[in-house]
Design a protein around this ligand. Structure first.
Ligand code: HH2
Length: 275
């Protein structure tokens, strides 16, 4: 039995967990502008929890290709009231940010997990998480959101992603973040072509070999659009199929917008597996 430590929560990973996406941004690629006030974002998040989200991932800065950076103050204005309300409701809250000052404020507001697309590489980020008992999600990204999709290039994408995540986990452990607080993510769509994304999805087992829980996030992403020729709002079926393929290979968390569909698919999977 594997347990993820996130603040005072102990999350069993015997069954795959669902992380529901709560974007408070005006410009996220699939739901930007829908939940830009705190009451709207809170209502949306509570709905996701009712539908079966185990963790709510609150973000205030889009990381879509070409997205413009957001100042820390504005990011905090967007996410902190939402995090505070959800934590008060007893829910497990993650903050999706790369900025140490936003991490610190979010953890003080009740978040118990930091989800960082930069894998704690911004100066000061490692120290902020190490000083708490929060969990952390380390994600692989090649380049920066503004330019990452221009010319992604790898010798062997699977090996390079595994090596990067292993190195970042080691840096975390050296800084005092225990291994049972760490989750790793291959970062679908972050400096990756369709072929790179498919190679990673085919080789989730190479990531689980790192001996840390693997989370995957492909929800509504352009890789699914390229495979189905469907618009952002029509990628739900492709998304649940892709996430289920990752779960079948050992991924233990999925980060999705379409929580109800993922919940039902996993209910069937869990029953068949006797979980
Ligand atoms: N993808 C996005 C943002 N954060 N975090 C992790 N750990 N893994 C991911 O794959 C991941 C992530 C991008 O998706 P989304 O939040 O829907 O869009 P945006 O960045 O435009 O807000």
């Amino acid at each position: 039995m594997r347990i993820l430590h996130a603040g005072s929560f102990r999350l069993s990973l015997d069954r795959p967990l669902i992380m529901g996406i709560v974007n408070t941004t005006p410009d996220s690629f699939s739901d930007g502008g829908k939940f830009t006030t705190a009451p709207l974002a809170i209502e949306h998040a509570l709905g996701l929890a009712r539908l079966g989200a185990d963790i709510l991932d609150v973000g205030g800065e889009s990381t879509r290709p070409g997205a413009l950076p957001v100042p820390a103050g504005e990011e905090m204005r967007r996410v902190l009231p939402v995090i505070e309300a959800l934590a008060k409701a007893g829910l497990i809250v993650s903050v999706d940010t790369k900025k140490p000052e936003v991490m610190r404020a979010a953890l003080e507001a009740g978040a118990v997990m930091v989800n960082d697309v930069m894998a704690l590489r911004m100066p000061g980020a490692l120290e902020v998480v190490a000083a708490t008992n929060a969990a952390v999600c380390l994600m692989h990204m090649q380049g920066e959101p503004q330019t990452m999709q221009q010319a992604p290039h790898y010798g062997d994408v699977v090996n390079e992603v595994v090596r990067f995540l292993g190195d970042r986990a080691e840096a975390c452990i050296a800084a005092g973040i225990e291994q049972d607080r760490i989750v790793v993510d291959p970062g679908f769509g972050f400096g990756k072509s369709l072929a790179h994304n498919l190679a990673l999805l085919k080789n989730i087992g190479a990531l689980t070999a790192l001996d840390m829980p693997v989370i995957v996030g492909m929800s509504r992403k352009s890789m699914l659009g390229a495979l189905t020729a469907r618009g952002v709002d029509e990628r739900e079926f492709a998304g649940v199929a892709a996430h289920l393929m990752a779960v079948e290979q050992g991924a233990r968390l999925v980060r999705v917008h379409d929580v109800a569909a993922m919940h039902d698919v996993l209910a069937v999977w869990n029953a068949v597996k006797g979980l």
